[in-house]
Design a protein around this ligand. Structure first.
Ligand code: CAA
Length: 259
């Protein structure tokens, strides 16, 4: 018998769809699923055909309902020190491709933190975001205490973490937790629209821009601007920069080669 997989993958015109598929547990993230996500991420990272990675949940009820609480219950203090979920999410943030979280249904705890590790978040009306870890006597431990505050501000992050309340997609868009808010039926179209805009850009510039934002964000301005300058210097040395500027002057669409 084929072992059950908790992650489905599919490439469609440059978009790598990574679908969390453990519907019976509301796509809760156990160690098996986390390992499969990492495997899929490595595959997408290596593939020249992949330009954008979309993370989504199967089943319509959940993006992901957080870490698997049954596994969590057995965990000992020092087990929280391994890279684990936090390390995987760091790897997602550091990925050279653009990552989009397409959020529909429950997006709780480690599920919300997974969405926060992605570059862009799109939510449906049915999305329900929350960090309910304090209900379990623990704290958000996969980047939630840090990324949420950086994305929506310290006051709102503290409110969500300390109350454990859930907010819907509309509210998430209002406070900047997600960039786009759409009806469920419009989600696929929105993903393709955003991804196709990104895919028209050169991969080297995408990677440099993404890292300049992520890495520069927590640094002092002087150092962050220096990272920007060095990144631009690398971009200036690429064939894609010659192609992009020439295409503008020749009034045509640029054909970037990732060089
Ligand atoms: N871990 C393990 N199993 C889970 C789960 C989780 N996080 N979330 C849901 N499930 C399981 C339930 O145990 C249930 O299993 P059984 O059918 O075997 O009983 C099944 O999924 C369906 O769940 P519900 O019956 O509760 O479904 P619902 O639609 O009524 O509610 C829900 C859905 C609101 C998501 C609810 O299941 C829930 O509150 N889940 C827990 C959410 C949570 O606390 N997440 C944080 C986890 S801790 C964390 O993520 C730590 C971190 O920082 C990394």
């Amino acid at each position: 018998m084929e072992p059950v997989s908790y992650v489905d993958v599919e490439i469609q015109q440059g978009i790598y769809f990574l679908t969390l598929n453990r519907m019976e547990a509301r796509n809760a993230l156990d160690t098996k699923m986390l390992a499969e996500i990492e495997g899929a991420l490595d595959e997408a990272e290596k593939s020249q055909d992949v330009k954008v990675i979309v993370v989504q949940g199967a089943g319509g009820k959940s993006f992901a309902a957080g870490a698997d609480i049954k596994q969590l219950q057995a965990r000992k203090p020092l087990e929280a020190l391994v890279p684990g979920m936090q390390g995987l999410y760091q790897k997602i943030e550091n990925c050279s491709k653009v990552t989009i979280a397409a959020v529909d249904g429950y997006t709780l705890g480690g599920g919300c933190e997974l969405a926060l590790a992605c570059d862009i978040r799109i939510a449906t009306k049915n999305a329900k975001f929350g960090l309910p870890e304090l209900n379990l006597g623990i704290i958000p431990g996969a980047g939630g205490t840090q990324r949420l505050a950086r994305v929506i501000g310290k006051g709102r992050a503290l409110d969500m973490i300390l109350t454990g309340k859930m907010i819907d997609g509309e509210e998430a868009e209002r406070i900047g937790l997600v960039t786009y808010y759409v009806e469920r039926e419009e989600l696929k179209e929105k993903i393709e629209e955003v991804a196709s805009q990104i895919m028209r850009k050169g991969p080297v510039a995408i990677q440099l821009a993404k890292h300049a934002v992520h890495k520069g964000y927590d640094l002092d301005m002087e150092t962050a601007l220096w990272i920007e300058k060095l990144s631009q210097s690398i971009a200036f040395g690429t064939e894609d920069k010659q192609e992009g500027t020439t295409a503008f002057i020749e009034k045509r669409q640029a054909e970037f080669q990732n060089k």
